[in-house]
Design a protein around this ligand. Structure first.
Ligand SMILES: [Zn+2]
Length: 320
């Protein structure tokens, strides 16, 4: 019997929702007066710069309010744990990190908050590198965004893996976000994980572009991911809006191809990604909405697997 109520009940029985990927430090920034409406239509790369405007002026208390509100709203929606990327670079400095640590302590009895460094400035340029190396140990998880070191994606990933390896940390990396077959970042990540002997410790966030490749390539990357113990976080509403393109590719929805991954034994979890910010002003962080988008966009109706994706897989992937 398939009912939404039954699905919800099973998720509760397995401990409740886990939001495996979010950016709580900029949640609800779209509701503030500093937010200009035009910015929601900008390209992803321009939005990375718009975020700078908020970051450069936000005090630790301002960050605290945003992160606090995000966690409080998550708890009200039945989410019991989550991993939030937190900016820590020359623009935000360590104000968001300090705020996140305060919120984590305050909510520890109701919400297990794990934090990852966002590395929005990359990790290779001198100033960004300094911020990364000085603060990496304060995070639960090393986070990465290889596109921010364009042309040096491999070196970016190597830096993350080396630091995580020496600190005994997990690694979550934003890869293959642009839904096009010119991106091969999931493959690159799997290769570097095996090179560094970090099997089972690394998670690919998004991997949308994988779905744009022909089947032989997808199968090769799935096999490589199994060998690397690479797990995945899908953030369904974050990329389902991917814009129409005249470029020819395999027909697919702009979402992590979990319908192919899960039957092969790859571990998949879900995240909300952006909540009510410049990227997603109408996203409210409701994990049931994310799960429904995931199952509809991939035609994936295995209830037990969906429950695991929403709960225990998330716990494993974020290190609980
Ligand atoms: Zn993200």
């Amino acid at each position: 019997m398939y009912t939404l109520a039954k699905l919800r009940e099973k998720i509760k029985l397995k401990g409740g929702f886990v939001n495996s990927h979010a950016h709580f430090d900029r949640a609800y920034t779209a509701t503030s007066i500093e937010f200009e409406e035009d910015t929601v239509n900008a390209h992803l790369f321009d939005k990375w710069e718009y975020v700078n405007q908020f970051k450069s002026t936000a005090s630790e208390d301002k960050y605290y309010q945003h992160i606090y509100q995000a966690v409080k709203t998550q708890v009200n929606m039945g989410v019991v744990a989550g991993l939030s990327f937190i900016d820590c670079d020359q623009v935000s400095e360590d104000r968001a990190l300090k705020a996140a640590l305060r919120v984590r302590e305050e909510w520890k009895n109701k919400f297990s908050l794990k934090i990852a460094c966002q590395t929005l400035k990359g990790v290779l340029q001198p100033e960004a590198k300094r911020w990364f190396f000085d603060h990496a140990h304060q995070f639960d998880v090393i986070g990465g965004l290889p596109k921010k070191d364009l042309g040096q994606e491999s070196e970016h990933i190597d830096t993350l893996l080396e630091v995580a390896k020496s600190n005994g940390q997990l690694v979550h990396v934003h890869v293959d976000q642009l839904n096009c077959d010119s991106e091969k970042e999931t493959e690159l990540l799997a290769r570097r994980v095996m090179h560094h002997g970090m099997e089972g410790k690394v998670t690919a966030v998004h991997s949308i572009s994988l779905a744009a490749h022909p089947k032989p390539y997808r199968d090769m990357v799935y096999q490589m991911s199994l060998d690397a113990g690479l797990s995945f976080v899908s953030c369904p509403t974050a990329w389902i809006d991917h814009r129409r393109s005249e470029k020819m590719s395999v027909t697919h929805n702009a979402i992590t191809p979990i319908d192919e991954m899960v039957p092969l034994g790859l571990t998949v979890a879900i995240g909300s990604d952006n909540i009510c910010d410049v990227y997603k002003p109408f996203s409210d962080g409701d994990m049931m909405t994310e799960l429904r988008f995931l199952l509809e966009a991939t035609h994936f109706y295995n209830v037990d697997d969906l429950v695991d994706i929403a709960t225990v897989n998330g716990r494993k992937i974020i290190g609980l």
